[in-house]
Ligand binder design. Structure first.
Ligand code: 2P0
Length: 335
């Protein structure tokens, strides 16, 4: 931080192994259920926040292009939270470079708001610990609270500690996790998604007759997943992650009208994953708010898995990701 009040942070996306799908409070972004994730070591987002006189107003660029409309409004609302916490009034000039394909269900909002929380807190002079940064990032985008931390992470829907609901929901690292797997990312379509996860999530909560069953299953999956991670049992982790992802998509498909992110190419990757298992390779699929598939496997098997899914995902290079670090300050400004 220099005297001109500027800070840069880097954050990476996370992939949920037990998903977050539905809020009990839209304003505070409080989820119905706990979720568990792995922060990746690929697709970093770099964000620089520079304070400016209040009369300038907030501005933001993403990969060099100016943001307007809803995207700028979300960032500005988040900056307003920082200003309130810091008791400051300056506007902010935000520059972000994103290496993950935006809007393709690869959690660009997670790395984006995690990086903005860390850089923004530093620029506005806030001294926040990781739990406070996680709560703050949650207010930008729910899944961002998990990217504050590296490795395996749990986001508590309600940790029970803290006097207000806002204080009770945050993410923390799962120190007991004993696993170092690969996630093979098969991008079947890097175009914009059919519906924003925010809208699709609300619509699912409001209209899917399966929603209650989803939250019950999710709570059980979170307990089982913690135990499987503690044992370092990749097959159990994979089975729970795959059934959880399919349950989330089933719940969305039952919404009225349905939300369908999965495409024929997604199903072709799922076939390839099932064939890998038939051939004795431990490989398990998970899908987020988009058609792309991430395949959990042992690191040693990742090249074989990548080869197997490539024919079903020809539109973009298959990427092999591992466990990555949490959001952190950087000395290199976003270009
Ligand atoms: C997750 N997703 O747990 C789930 C699985 C997508 C599918 O978190 O409304 O962008 O900003 O809190 O964080 C995507 O939701 O939604 C997400 P908001 P967010 O990773």
């Amino acid at each position: 931080m220099s005297a001109e009040r500027v800070a840069t942070a880097v954050a990476q996306p996370n992939i949920a192994l037990v998903k977050y799908w539905g809020k009990r409070d839209d304003r505070l972004i409080l989820p119905h259920t706990d979720s568990l994730s792995m922060t990746l070591d690929v697709f970093p987002t770099t964000t620089t926040v520079r304070l400016a006189p209040a009369w300038v107003g907030d501005s933001a660029t993403l990969n060099g292009a100016s943001l307007t409309g809803e995207a700028l409004r979300r960032i500005s609302a988040f900056l307003a939270l920082l200003r309130e916490l810091a008791g400051r009034t300056e506007a902010a000039v935000v520059h972000t470079t994103n290496t993950v394909p935006t809007g393709a269900g690869l959690a660009s909002s997670a790395s984006g708001f995690a990086a903005l929380a860390v850089a923004g807190a530093a620029a506005y002079g806030l001294d926040l610990d990781a739990t406070a940064l996680s709560r703050l990032a949650r207010r930008g985008s729910g899944s961002a609270c998990r990217s504050i931390h590296g490795g395996f992470v749990i986001w508590y829907a309600d940790a029970g500690a803290g006097v207000t609901p806002d204080l009770r929901s945050y993410a923390e690292p799962l120190g007991e996790a004993r696993l170092d797997p690969a996630l093979v990312i098969a991008s079947v379509d890097t175009g914009p998604k059919v519906a924003s996860s925010r809208d699709a999530m609300r619509h699912t909560v409001d209209t899917s007759p399966l929603y209650r069953a989803w939250t019950d299953a999710c709570r059980a999956d979170a307990v089982d997943m913690r135990a499987a991670l503690r044992r370092g049992d990749l097959d159990a982790v994979g089975e729970i992650a795959e059934r959880n992802a399919l349950g989330m998509h089933a719940t969305m498909l039952a919404a009225r009208p349905p939300v369908r992110y999965l495409s024929p190419a997604t199903l072709a990757v799922l076939d390839a994953v099932e064939q890998l298992r038939c051939d004795g390779v431990s490989a398990y699929a998970t899908m987020d708010a988009g058609p792309n598939v991430k395949v959990l496997c042992h690191r040693a098997d990742a090249p074989v898995v990548a080869e197997a899914v490539r024919p079903a995902a020809p539109s973009a290079p298959v990427v092999i990701a591992g466990r990555g670090r949490g959001a952190r300050l950087s000395t290199e400004a976003a270009p």
